[in-house]
Write a protein that binds this ligand. Structure first.
Ligand SMILES: *[C@@H]1O[C@H](CO)[C@@H](O)[C@H](O)[C@H]1NC(C)=O
Ligand SMILES: *[C@@H]1O[C@H](CO)[C@@H](O)[C@H](O)[C@H]1NC(C)=O
Ligand SMILES: *[C@@H]1O[C@H](CO)[C@@H](O)[C@H](O)[C@H]1NC(C)=O
Ligand SMILES: *[C@@H]1O[C@H](CO)[C@@H](O)[C@H](O)[C@H]1NC(C)=O
Ligand SMILES: *[C@@H]1O[C@H](CO)[C@@H](O)[C@H](O)[C@H]1NC(C)=O
Ligand SMILES: *[C@@H]1O[C@H](CO)[C@@H](O)[C@H](O)[C@H]1NC(C)=O
Ligand SMILES: *[C@@H]1O[C@H](CO)[C@@H](O)[C@H](O)[C@H]1NC(C)=O
Length: 378
């Protein structure tokens, strides 16, 4: 879910590299649950949908939930992974859920029962593009992770009002933090680095297949077993959001058209969004009608749509890109704001984000339990 922010994009050319350094890096591995709470009942409510924003039911499709323990009494909370925003926040125990659904399914945090909690008395006002916002207070407390790692006195938000189904682990740049005075603080990737848990504010995202029950977020390293072919290193072309330049798209029918625009690799969005000009080209080249639908017979469901980033091709299976039985609809929504490549794209990719160097490594995913972790080489 992209946090609202002014767009200021900088174009840069792609660079390519190859792993050269095989020493064991310092890493923190955060496994997460792929939670499928009612994907079917969360199909979009087209009549209510604002075409300019991502769809609300995003949040009730597949969720990627990391389990953390917070405070002296190790309160267990699950939060969604979001590369499109930058704050870590959890619902407080007195939270008012002001969205359409319960906001406490992932657990809540009671600061009063943690002796290590410090209230910073600064407002966190997290506004997201889909309009489902959360507001509360920043505090600091100790965090523990599944492997026993402790992150001491980490700054995070404790929300009083919350319109989202779970808290969030925001992984973006610190410029987009939800402080009200535009100040920055070390958010999760930087806090791990500052604490010496990893050497770089960098992490790799492996969402795994839609059928999988878990995935992995690896801080400080890249798991070479989890992709096929070479990883290509792209410049972040958008410093507010984690955007890379998409060159062209090739449809399953072999039609190829130029795009040349930044797309945002946002794990907080379930599907994808595209601006009207690009979406129109997709429809035309795929033989879809104005609503992005066609008879399923006419869609090559065994084929895939290819997204070309310079020399790198990421293939997204049409079986995932489309939904429907007789009439097939492409799972890409129109947005006047941005091209967000959410989970439906990210499941086909292995993505290594380096916030220190402003580079993103991208490769075609390989679904496997094998692991071969190397340091970031870019
Ligand atoms: C899904 O929703 C239905 C009704 O809306 C409910 O009965 C069921 O328990 C839900 N399942 C999960 C896993 O939340
Ligand atoms: C769609 O919107 C209608 C009208 O507001 C509402 O009654 C219905 O429950 C909504 N359906 C879903 C799946 O959200
Ligand atoms: C998912 O559904 C299960 C079963 O209904 C429920 O216990 C759990 O809290 C839900 N998780 C979230 C994040 O809503
Ligand atoms: C933190 O401080 C603010 C302002 O002083 C207060 O309104 C809020 O309730 C406090 N939150 C907690 C969790 O103590
Ligand atoms: C914010 O991020 C930049 C890199 O984008 C980093 O140089 C800086 O140290 C960070 N600031 C804080 C307070 O963590
Ligand atoms: C067609 O796709 C290839 C990548 O396979 C790309 O290099 C080329 O520029 C594309 N052509 C157009 C017209 O977009
Ligand atoms: C697209 O959807 C609208 C609204 O549901 C409908 O009126 C229109 O006929 C549809 N277009 C096509 C080509 O099916």
């Amino acid at each position: 879910m992209l946090k609202i922010w002014l767009i200021a994009s900088v174009l840069a050319s792609s660079v390519y590299g190859a792993p050269s350094n095989k020493r064991s890096p310092k890493t923190l591995s955060l496994p997460f649950d792929v939670v499928k709470n009612n994907t079917s009942s969360s199909t979009t409510n087209a009549s209510k949908r604002d075409k300019t924003v991502p769809i609300y039911p995003d949040m009730l499709g597949l969720q990627y939930l990391v389990t953390v323990q917070v405070g002296s009494n190790k309160q267990t909370i699950q939060v969604g992974i979001d590369t499109g925003s930058s704050d870590f926040w959890v619902p407080g125990d007195n939270v008012e859920c002001n969205g359409m659904y319960s906001c406490t399914g992932g657990g809540t945090f009671n600061p009063k029962t943690s002796t290590t909690f410090h209230n910073l008395s600064k407002v966190i006002d997290a506004a997201y593009l889909d309009g489902h916002n959360a507001i509360g207070w920043y505090g600091k407390d100790d965090y523990w992770f599944e492997d026993g790692t402790k992150l001491p006195q980490f700054q995070f938000g404790v929300m009083d009002k919350d319109g989202r189904p779970s808290g969030l682990l925001g992984l973006g740049y610190n410029f987009t933090e939800a402080t009200t005075d535009h100040s920055t603080y070390p958010n999760f990737p930087f806090a791990l680095k500052d604490a010496g848990i990893v050497d770089k504010a960098a992490y790799s995202l492996y969402l795994n297949s839609a059928q999988a029950e878990d995935g992995n977020l690896l801080f400080g390293g890249i798991d070479k077993a989890k992709y096929s072919g070479e990883m290509k290193v792209l410049d972040v072309v958008h410093y507010r959001w984690l955007g890379v330049e998409l060159g062209s798209i090739t449809t399953a029918r072999g039609k190829n058209f130029t795009v040349n625009t930044p797309v945002y690799l946002d794990s907080g969005t379930t599907y994808m969004t595209m601006t009207p000009d690009i979406l129109k080209q997709v429809y035309e080249n795929e033989g879809l009608d104005e609503n992005g639908t066609a008879d399923c017979d006419k869609i090559n469901k065994a084929g895939s749509t290819t997204f070309n980033f310079g020399e790198l091709e990421i293939k997204v299976p049409n079986s995932e890109l489309y939904s429907g039985e007789e009439t097939c609809k492409i799972n890409i929504d129109e947005s006047s704001v941005s091209n967000m490549f959410g989970d439906i794209f990210l499941r086909s990719a292995y993505v290594a984000y380096n916030l220190d160097t402003n580079k993103i490594g991208l490769a075609q995913v390989k679904y496997t339990d094998d692991s071969s972790v190397v340091d970031f080489w870019f």
